[in-house]
Design a protein around this ligand. Structure first.
Ligand SMILES: NC(=O)c1ccc[n+]([C@@H]2O[C@H](COP(=O)([O-])OP(=O)(O)OC[C@H]3O[C@@H](n4cnc5c(N)ncnc54)[C@H](O)[C@@H]3O)[C@@H](O)[C@H]2O)c1
Ligand SMILES: O=P(O)(O)OC[C@H](O)CO
Length: 330
């Protein structure tokens, strides 16, 4: 029986823990950075803050002790908000033994460095690293609704190991060796989902939503390919799959933030209502534009999302500008 430590007890870390427990065959430990949350979860079996409607099975160990959580774990599944990934992995790096596998299930790009999560991990440890991504709302995974995701690693054997450890009748796992494409698909779709929400908030209709998703995948693909990803990956689960889910699904936090922006509300007021829940697209927008500038890639939708988020641009003006750009080939 292998031991898996899940590092991050937000909605996604908790849902993956429940999914792994349902699959069986592992000893599971779930680490929360908050002692209070770890205590409440241990007492009640519920993550009242981030995933209140699902029960965490009693045989899952819940702790706020990070070194204790990773001790003798075969797999460390890292699921913090992206901007905390470096801090957590740096903290555990000196404690790791050589064969412990690290997996990122977070979807974002690091501020400033513009690194993907697996690159952040690789900058502080030489341990084997993989990625889990794809269209997967935590709430649906926790309740066991059929979901398909991607296990990515440049080493095919590692990707297969992750596939084997996570797959269950309710969670189908495909492998992919294109780590850059898989991670950028997951991070950049959050930016486009903010824009998709704006379209809903402005009540612009279905034509606009379809155009945004399609032109969104075009710009996600351009940047991902420039960064070394494969075009084909962006047509898969971690690209168009996750983009469609996040742009159309009512459970998306990124889309929800966009809807409120489209209704004319201010970002700070919207963030206050998220109660610490993360909408990764907000931070990833700036990082995506940094990457785009580095590779000389045109990202018109991302630029307008950035202007709405960071320069208080009126969403109606952003849409007008997108629509009146000089004509171009598809
Ligand atoms: N929620 C989903 O449906 C879902 C699905 C797939 C991927 N993801 C990705 O998983 C990652 C985590 O998202 P989530 O939905 O679990 O988060 P969440 O919004 O549910 O919870 C926030 C998380 O932040 C943690 N946190 C807050 N302050 C922290 C600190 N100072 N140090 C360390 N951790 C801190 C909390 O403990 C909690 O784990 C994100 O990158 C997200 O894009 C989420
Ligand atoms: O709620 P969101 O917008 O963070 O999206 C959650 C997942 O990434 C969907 O795959």
């Amino acid at each position: 029986m292998s031991r898996i430590a899940i590092l991050g007890a937000g909605a996604w870390g908790t849902a993956l823990t429940i999914s792994l427990a349902r699959r069986g065959g592992h000893e599971l430990v779930l680490w929360s950075h908050s002692e209070a949350l770890a205590e409440t979860m241990t007492e009640t079996g519920r993550n009242v803050t981030y995933l209140p409607h699902a029960m965490v099975p009693a045989d899952v160990q819940i702790t706020a002790d990070l070194p204790g959580a990773i001790f003798e774990a075969d797999i460390l599944l890292c699921v913090p908000p992206s901007q905390h990934m470096r801090g957590i992995v740096s903290h555990i790096a000196p404690l790791l033994t050589r064969n412990q596998v690290l997996i990122s299930a977070s979807k974002g790009i690091e501020d400033g460095s513009f690194l993907r999560m697996s690159q952040v991990m690789a900058s502080v440890t030489n341990n084997p690293i993989g990625v889990l991504s794809g269209p997967s709302f935590a709430q649906e995974v926790a309740t066991g609704q059929p979901t398909a995701i991607v296990a990515a690693a440049s080493d095919g054997v590692l990707a297969q190991l992750i596939q084997h450890e996570f797959a269950s009748p309710s969670l189908r796992v495909y492998t992919n060796d294109d780590v850059a494409g898989v991670e950028l698909g997951g991070a950049l779709k959050n930016v486009i989902a903010l824009a998709a929400g704006v379209v809903v908030g402005l009540e612009l209709g279905s034509n606009s939503a379809a155009a945004l998703i399609t032109r969104g995948i075009a710009e996600i693909t351009r940047l991902s390919v420039a960064c070394g990803g494969r075009r084909q990956t962006l047509a898969g689960l971690s690209g168009v799959g996750d983009l469609v889910l996040t742009c159309t699904g009512g459970l998306s936090r990124n889309r929800t933030v966009g809807v409120e922006l489209g209704k004319g509300r201010k970002l700070n007021a919207i963030l206050g209502e998220l109660n610490g829940k993360v909408a990764e697209g907000i931070r990833s927008t700036t990082a995506a534009l940094g990457l785009a500038a580095r590779y000389g890639v045109d990202m018109p939708i991302t630029e307008q999302v950035d202007a709405i988020l960071n320069r208080d641009k009126d969403p109606k003006d952003a849409i007008r500008e997108l629509m009146t750009r000089p004509g171009k080939d598809e």
